[in-house]
Design a protein around this ligand. Structure first.
Ligand SMILES: *[C@@H]1O[C@H](CO)[C@@H](O)[C@H](O)[C@H]1NC(C)=O
Ligand SMILES: *[C@@H]1O[C@H](CO)[C@@H](O)[C@H](O)[C@H]1NC(C)=O
Ligand SMILES: *[C@@H]1O[C@H](CO)[C@@H](O)[C@H](O)[C@H]1NC(C)=O
Ligand SMILES: *[C@@H]1O[C@H](CO)[C@@H](O)[C@H](O)[C@H]1NC(C)=O
Ligand SMILES: *[C@@H]1O[C@H](CO)[C@@H](O)[C@H](O)[C@H]1NC(C)=O
Ligand SMILES: *[C@@H]1O[C@H](CO)[C@@H](O)[C@H](O)[C@H]1NC(C)=O
Length: 446
């Protein structure tokens, strides 16, 4: 019996300690520690409220001994005396009145409601706690403007974003695509005590920036996801690329050639021009739009064919060097054909387009026999390498198995005890026991 009451006492004591701790931490949390004299029993909190919305002022009392509580406005007029409202302003409404709290709401808050509200407790001496009401005024929609509608590649442009009439001042951030950029901001205080923030972003554009959105993000406590955006428009001189539609391999006499010219730019090049460097385009060549078509090739068509595109920003071209080889008239020895096919696939078809084509092709045609010889050598070397690699793989597999078995056993020693036993001691005992099922477990832990 005595023991039981003792235990009850102890738990009561610790409960009291706990309560005190909670009280202290709550006091620190609400920031009341800044008013050590008044706030021993009476607490209030500052309030931030968006203009037009409702603010709630709360006066809370701890360990109240029936003292009277009242709420005063910044002019020290009584808003509420206990649960009675002497002030005529009906925007003040009682939300909660108890021994421990007087909670009052103020609806349709305007800027003139800002100030220090006072909670008063009629103790001896009287206590006061303060609730500072701050009215937030959201900025108007951000306005984004760029200096130029369209910018030339490599040029610098400037984009301006303005956030008007907020309280406090907003901050402006910039994003280009998903990259954050740094702008320069200026804050102005207008006659009605509102803030207007302007930010300038300067950036040098590339053709990749064309169509990329630049976003001005306005951060303000009264708004969320407030932004404005503008798409960059960048003009650039054309890029030109010649694509061989036909044929895909080396070009021989009697074949047809078809080239397409791809030209991109902003503004889009109106048309492309085909020319032959240092010569005339063959008279029977057919040019349709960006395509060049030459039928029944012969060696007199050798030369550099150029596609030229231009827009107001400039001109660009790409060259194609045509190199017509002998027709495959003489029935070739089968091995020679194979060799030619191989060299054709290993070297890209546009090899002819690059420098020094004559030596390349001459080698193909005249040294076909030597190449057959070389490919046989290659086959021999390939075989030897394959055998060596296979032998090394075998060795690796054997070594791998050897190590895997050892590692597995090791893991099992440690893991098994820990897994099966309730505590560390049992684990050790278990581990020293038998290894009988270690082989099954091994697989598990690798
Ligand atoms: C309330 O705001 C005032 C400034 O307006 C500040 O000095 C005070 O520390 C704040 N009180 C609390 C409890 O945060
Ligand atoms: C007033 O507050 C007390 C304690 O915070 C709570 O128990 C009570 O339900 C509240 N009353 C109303 C009407 O909100
Ligand atoms: C809110 O207050 C303003 C003046 O501050 C008044 O013009 C407006 O009518 C009020 N709105 C409501 C819903 O009471
Ligand atoms: C911008 O680009 C135009 C070409 O469109 C050029 O004439 C001008 O000089 C450039 N301006 C600057 C500031 O580089
Ligand atoms: C190549 O073709 C053109 C026109 O088809 C022809 O005039 C010329 O004689 C030919 N040249 C050779 C070497 O066959
Ligand atoms: C064209 O190139 C071939 C390469 O096989 C060469 O034999 C021929 O003489 C060249 N013809 C002209 C007109 O350059």
């Amino acid at each position: 019996m005595k023991q039981v009451s003792n235990m009850a006492n102890t738990s009561n004591g610790s409960l009291a300690t706990l309560l005190i701790l909670i009280t202290i931490s709550a006091a620190i949390h609400t920031g009341a520690a800044q008013y050590p004299v008044q706030s021993q029993n009476l607490i209030s909190d500052n309030v931030s409220v968006v203009e037009g919305e409702t603010a709630t002022i709360s006066c809370r009392v701890k360990n109240n001994d029936d003292s009277v509580i009242q709420l005063l406005n910044p002019n020290r007029q009584t808003i509420y005396f206990k649960d009675v409202r002497p002030l005529k302003d009906a925007r003040f409404q009682l939300v909660n009145f108890s021994d421990n709290e007087l909670r009052v709401s103020l609806s349709n808050v305007s800027l003139s409601d800002e100030g220090r509200y006072v909670c008063q407790l009629y103790t001896d001496p009287p206590q006061e706690a303060y609730a500072d009401i701050t009215v937030l005024i959201p900025p108007g929609n951000p306005i984004i403007e760029s200096r130029e509608d369209i910018v030339s590649e490599g040029n610098e442009t400037e984009i301006t974003c303005t956030s008007m009439g907020s309280k406090p001042a907003a901050t402006i951030r910039w994003m280009k695509g998903d990259k954050e950029l740094q702008g320069k901001s200026k804050v102005e205080l207008t006659y009605d005590k509102m803030f207007t923030v302007t930010s300038w972003l300067r950036l040098t554009v590339t053709r990749e920036d064309d169509g990329v959105p630049v976003v001005c993000i306005v951060d303000h406590p009264a708004v969320k996801d407030f932004q404005a955006q503008k798409y960059l428009e960048v003009q650039y001189k054309p890029e030109v690329q010649i694509v061989v539609d036909f044929p895909s391999g080396p070009i021989r006499e009697g074949e047809n050639l078809e080239l397409t010219c791809l030209a991109k730019g902003k503004p889009e090049p109106q048309q492309v021009n085909w020319v032959r460097v240092d010569d005339d385009v063959p008279s029977h060549a057919v040019i349709t739009g960006s395509d060049l078509f030459i039928e029944n090739l012969n060696k007199s068509y050798n030369g550099t064919y150029r596609c030229v595109a231009s827009n107001p920003l400039g001109e660009a071209y790409d060259d194609y060097i045509l190199f017509v080889r002998d027709a495959l008239t003489t029935t070739p020895i089968p091995t020679t054909t194979t060799t030619t096919t191989i060299s054709a696939t290993t070297s890209p078809p546009d090899v002819i387009q690059d420098a020094a084509p004559s030596t390349e092709a001459a080698a193909h045609d005249s040294q076909a026999g030597a190449e057959t010889q070389r490919s046989m050598d290659h086959a021999l070397i390939g075989g030897v390498v394959a055998v060596v690699v296979f032998a090394m793989l075998c060795l690796l597999i054997v070594l791998g198995r050897y190590f895997a078995r050892h590692k597995g056993t090791y893991f099992t020693h440690e893991a098994k005890g820990a897994d099966d036993a309730a505590d560390a001691d049992t684990a050790i005992i278990n581990a020293e026991g038998g290894h009988n099922n270690s082989d099954e477990k091994k697989e598990y832990y690798i």
